[in-house]
Design a protein. Structure first.
Length: 121
């Protein structure tokens, strides 16, 4: 009889975690975002840095200022939109979802120092 060794379920950092903030890109979204990009033709993040990035030099995305996962009701609300180039959009997404970087999160020792060699004076 063959013995199948069962693997224990252990918690390992998930590297390929999906971005949970991804809104539903349906027809309505395509229409709304295209109309928005017609009127907002440059990346606002680049603009803050004094760089003009338009659709002529990059791909522009309409980004949600407040992630859709936090405010799904604002998915189609222009007050929650900003135009970002693909670079800035990726940067922002990774900043909001550090798990997508491959689990290279900062050590928590800043808040929770290891109790090594603690002695009372
Ligand atoms: Zn940009």
């Amino acid at each position: 009889m063959k013995k199948v060794r069962q693997l224990k379920r252990v918690s390992v950092p998930t590297l390929k975690k999906k971005v949970e903030t991804a809104p539903v890109y349906d027809n309505r979204w395509r229409k709304v975002s295209r109309e928005y990009r017609d009127r907002h033709t440059y990346c606002v993040k680049c603009w803050e840095k004094g760089v003009l990035t338009t659709e002529a030099t990059s791909v522009l995305h309409v980004d949600h200022i407040i992630p859709v996962k936090d405010r799904p009701d604002l998915q189609y609300d222009e007050s929650n939109f900003m135009c970002l180039c693909i670079n800035c959009h990726t940067e922002k997404t990774l900043a909001e979802n550090p798990q997508c970087l491959g689990g290279q999160k900062e050590s928590r020792w800043f808040f929770d120092p290891p109790a090594s060699g603690s002695r009372k004076g």
